[in-house]
Design a protein. Structure first.
Length: 560
């Protein structure tokens, strides 16, 4: 038997035999639902045989026969009724388990989030993408799709989405483009670090979304629920359908605060903060100013995360403030990183280590935050050092800056666009989907092995725009992304180590060394970060002005 657990209430399997029923009972099941009509195959036992064996074993049964591909609304209602009436746990079966899984998925519509349904069935080995519209429609067959259609649909109006929309219009002004995003406010996230250090006012990092959507682009203010790439369709909340000729996916990533036990309950109080959220960055600065003694912990979760240097940026700027105010000697600075190195590109580590030593910071690698008790001021870390057994350690703190674990958004992870790890699967140079030729992705959500930073999206947007336009013209990809990412490491107020690199850690400096030597802290890099990059973001990147972002061109020989 191939029994696959969906949840604690139901499991599914392909066709079972009467002689299997005893083992099914011994496994703890109390009911059996059959969703296969009699006579589908010559070697198939009929339901009466299964029912007889089930009664002998003390199991209840229900027969809801479904012809292949013919799950009706009345069948869903019958299955929903059976789930409510039968003793649990239940084993449902058909020829392969797919019909039973489909019925369960539709029966849960309205009771569970669609992403939870899709994730549970996917984990059991069943893809329910084909019935996602019905799931979103409460399990019923949609009667009015109300489709809209565009040349290009862009999912996500963050840095990548608005930039690529503007870059597309720069190349082809007559394109009908839709940008899908439910948010009212757009954030300049690279500025949060400086808010947490008292350099920026929070307001300068936020603008209304309506003020930034490029003129001529249709803004669909809705959340995406699912994708149907085989139908060139995006399904919105409420089961509305938007069709496209070409799709660009760039919704960013999910900050998974709930993955750390106790964290959400204590964020913004009890000395627990994070520069990864607009409303919490000012609390970071408040805590830094008020702290005079004690232990300050700065955490970094397993990769990937957006802006891998941000957790230590918070540490450096906080310690610099304490250093300048003469209280650092009474403060223990504790950096706990789930990884094994301070920074992934070794050329920048020596400059960073000088500041670690200057601030007397303790580096604890292979330490992953798993729980927080804010009221007790205690944090629990799982320590997983190489060649050693995992252990948990409890650490007291007076202040803690948390970088949360990060994943692709739920609706991406359960979609046909995702790789095994849940990220949009693209060719790392053209940023085109590896399976669907009319889909591209950029920004934090895709699986190219680059740093997830706004600077990366700034370079990716023109590449995608070039390649989408080339595809419209019936040509192969014309531009390639080299993996560029930038991390301005704010090592003290007024100085930055400007890390710029591409695929494989290759150094990709934007300036000559006599202007900015990225491997040394410099005032020039700070001026770039504080004074120049914000207007470049708002007035150039989001407007399709590709200053220092021209993509590398692909030659015919490069494409074989």
């Amino acid at each position: 038997m191939d029994i696959r657990r969906i949840n604690e209430e139901i499991s599914v399997s392909p066709q079972i035999a009467p002689e299997d029923v005893k083992a099914i009972s011994e496994a703890g099941f109390r009911s059996i639902i059959c969703n296969r009509p009699d006579g589908e195959a010559a070697d198939q036992p009929n339901f009466e045989e299964i029912e007889k064996a089930a009664k002998k074993a003390g199991l209840e049964t229900r027969w809801i026969p479904i012809s292949g591909g013919m799950v009706g609304d009345e069948d869903v209602e019958a299955f929903r009724k059976a789930l409510a009436e039968l003793p649990r746990p239940i084993l449902g079966y058909c020829r392969t388990g797919t019909r039973t899984t489909t019925l369960w998925s539709l029966a849960q519509a309205g009771k569970m989030e669609p992403t939870e349904i899709l994730a549970a069935t996917r984990a059991a080995g069943y893809d329910m993408g084909g019935v996602v519209r019905r799931i979103l429609n409460g399990g019923r067959t949609p009667t009015d799709e109300g489709d809209a259609k565009f040349d290009v649909v862009i999912v996500g109006a963050g840095a990548g989405g608005i930039a690529v929309a503007a870059s597309l219009l720069k190349r082809r002004a007559d394109l009908e483009i839709a940008l899908i995003d439910p948010a009212d406010v757009h954030y300049y996230q690279p500025g949060f670090t400086l808010v947490g250090a008292g350099v920026f006012d929070p307001a300068v990092t936020a603008r209304t979304m309506a003020s930034l959507i490029p003129k001529g682009v249709h803004w669909i203010k809705s959340a995406v629920a699912a994708f149907e790439p085989q139908n060139n369709a995006v399904i919105l909340d409420g089961c509305r359908v938007v069709k496209y000729d070409r799709l660009i996916v760039t919704p960013g990533l999910k900050l998974d605060w709930d993955a750390i036990e106790g964290l959400t309950e204590t964020l913004g109080k009890n000395g627990v903060t994070s520069n990864y959220r607009y409303d919490l960055a000012p609390y970071t600065w408040k805590l830094v100013q008020e702290m005079k003694r004690g232990r300050a912990i700065f955490t970094q979760p397993p990769m990937p995360i957006k802006c891998a240097g941000a957790p230590q940026k918070a540490m450096y700027l906080s310690a610099d403030h304490w250093y300048r105010n003469g209280v650092l000697k009474d403060i223990e600075v504790d950096f706990r990183n789930a990884g094994g190195v301070l920074f992934g590109v070794k050329e920048y580590v020596p400059a960073l280590m000088k500041y670690v030593e200057r601030y007397g910071a303790k580096l604890n690698f292979f330490n992953n935050l798993v729980a927080v008790d804010g009221a007790a001021k205690k944090a629990v870390f799982e320590v997983a050092k190489p060649d050693a057994e995992k252990e948990r350690v409890e650490v007291e703190f007076d202040m803690m800056h948390v970088c949360p674990p990060q994943t692709a958004p739920d609706f991406i992870r359960v979609s046909p666009l995702a790789d095994a790890a849940g990220w949009v699967d693209v060719d790392k140079e053209t940023l085109r989907h590896t399976q669907y030729e009319n889909i591209w992705s950029l920004g934090d959500v895709m699986n190219a092995p680059n740093a997830k930073t706004a600077a990366a999206a700034r370079k990716q947007a023109p590449v995608v725009a070039d390649n989408v336009v080339a595809d419209i013209d019936g040509k192969p990809a014309t531009s390639a992304y080299d993996g560029y990412g930038s991390c301005p490491l704010t090592v003290e107020r007024g100085k930055i180590v400007l890390a710029e690199f591409g695929y494989g850690g290759k150094l990709l400096p934007s300036f000559p060394k006599f202007v900015i030597n990225g491997q040394k802290p410099s005032r020039a890099a700070w001026i770039l970060k504080e004074k120049m990059l914000p207007p470049i973001y708002w007035k150039a990147m989001l407007k399709g002005k590709e200053w220092m972002a021209s993509p590398e061109k692909v030659t015919v020989s490069d494409q074989g």
